[in-house]
Design a protein around this ligand. Sequence first.
Ligand code: FAD
Length: 639
Amino acid sequence: MEKFNSKIPDGPLARKWTKYKASVKLVSPANKKKLEIIVIGSGVAGAGAASALGELGYNVKIFCYNDSPRRAHSVASQGGVNAAKNYQNDGDSVYRLFLDMIKGGDFRSREGNVYRAAEVSNQVIDHFTALGVPFARDYGGTLNTRSFGGVQVSRTFYAKGQTGQQCLLGTYAALNRQIKKGTVTMYPRREMLDLVLIDGKARGIIARNLITGKIEKYAAHVVVLATGGYGTIYYLSTLAVNSNGSAAWKAHKKGALFANPSFVQIHPTSIPQLNEFQSKLTLMSESLRNDGRIWVPKTKGDKRPANEIPEEERDYYLERRYPAFGNLVPRDIASRAAKERCDAGYGVGKTGLAVNLDFMDAIKKQGKKAIENKYGNLFDMYKTITGMDPYEEPMRIYPAGHYTMGGLWVDYELMTTIQGLYAIGEANFSDHGANRLGASSLMQIAADGFFILPNTISNYLADEIHVPKISTDKPEFEEAEKSVVEKLNKLISIKGKQTAASFHKRLGKIMWDYCGMIRNKEGLEKAITLVNELKEEFWRDLNIPGTIYELNPELEKAGRVADFFDLAILLITDALNRNESCGAHFREEYQTPDGEAMRNDAEFAYVAAWEYKGEGKPHILHKEELKFEEVEMKVRSYK
Ligand SMILES: Cc1cc2nc3c(=O)[nH]c(=O)nc-3n(C[C@H](O)[C@H](O)[C@H](O)COP(=O)(O)OP(=O)(O)OC[C@H]3O[C@@H](n4cnc5c(N)ncnc54)[C@H](O)[C@@H]3O)c2cc1C
């Protein structure tokens, strides 16, 4: 018996969302005022949802651990937002965006969800423009676009290399308007440490005030998680260092299924690790692949400066292997190709773990000014970090952990398997299958927050109008608070010698080595043993100075790392279970003779949704079969 129902509406693909919206239950304005909603997370997904729900008239409380919503990780998005506007008249359409996403995700996502994401994309651009996002414009004043990986049209709207920052600022303005109106209350520097269920429904949270350490209780009719992805499980990643998977993990432990945890995106164009002391990697946006050409020397171990290697001695390996898409192949393919070249001894730089991203041709053709206009801030960032000037010599890049396609399982309404608990944005698994195409996260998180959730949530809340304001005096809140305090006490009383960050770093290395870009059965099994050993050492030798009831960043980190150990085991288990290669999940045993991913549609065309059964007990796997009625599952080719 399945634990879930994906609730995809019947009828033709292009009519599903329209039909859903026309038949969904509504809540009258008078009743909306009586209903309370908690949103955790103030990135574009969470702040977008809170502002839209506030505008509708609900009472919203929004929480984040940052000191300001403006510092949510979304601020780091660089390259752009996809939409099917077809301003370029280059053959784009909602249907083509849908096809690109389904193919890009290697046929491991739901047709209904993906089509809706493509359909809502156009509203997203209009909305951001209305919020004042300064998207780049062409000479005639029309919004300009560029191309991202895995597509042959130009559909990415951008604001230099700071698109996420501008989108978050626009969203923040919308949020502030609601805060001023009194529909939304903002709680910064609060970390949700548990979810409270009453009679099986999500009814509130336990949070720690990160300034005072006080444990606080908040109640509502529904809870929305917009808590981002868990890519920092690799320690070194392109994400904000504080990004983590704990909120999703707490919900998972309370009954929310976790879907496709092993679908993790490794981005091909990060600045390579420079030394052992680094705690973060910096992305160089995929947009750079519009004009930058990726190459390595044709001769193994050639350590001459890039500019001294003549044209005929360079291997533009993406253009050679994938002539149809060239440097704009999807991320999973570009990442593996870079790793293959470096492993074969053609990598550049001191470590040999880098490839060139070269703008010299583009500068010659378009002029330095044109390149500066498109990517100036990224070039400056690169120069500040590496001391090398990309206007004069190629950038050096290497793959790094970046984005998690996996996340909490949600149905078409974005509700998890816990009644009244929603997950939106990167925190859910919904739209990207086994590999996300560039610039489609901002598209999805804004669609989820501003447009989809505000429509679907009323279907649930319409039946909640008779439920009076929930009190935090209920025993369920007290029990949850007690268990949070016990867990914090357990962590703080270990009194060992090692910091949480040192454990995180070692966990990240295991994950990167055995469950990163390329995986195999033997390595994954070894990783489970290594993670369990490290987890045991963590609970024996962790050191946290200070107390619970004060500002204590070490305690915050430790709680997140503790959850990462358990999430890591699930991630590896999922990777072990999926005996196929698809998208970013590449199992060495399942590849074609020319090194491409080999899917197994007969056995694995499903969403793997895992159920938590208790500490130390194996998870149970539930399979949501993926039905393809509109597209034919084909071998993904970018040649
Ligand atoms: C360097 C970089 C560049 C990128 N560029 C692009 C791009 O150009 N285009 C694109 O489409 N995508 C891009 N992405 C991906 C995109 O940025 C993310 O997928 C997206 O921003 C996630 O947004 P979100 O709203 O879901 O969550 P986030 O922006 O990650 O926000 C999470 C929020 O949850 C809060 N939170 C988390 N846990 C808790 C807790 N326990 N208690 C309280 N609050 C909590 C945080 O405080 C934060 O407010 C990029 C990613 C990176 C790393």
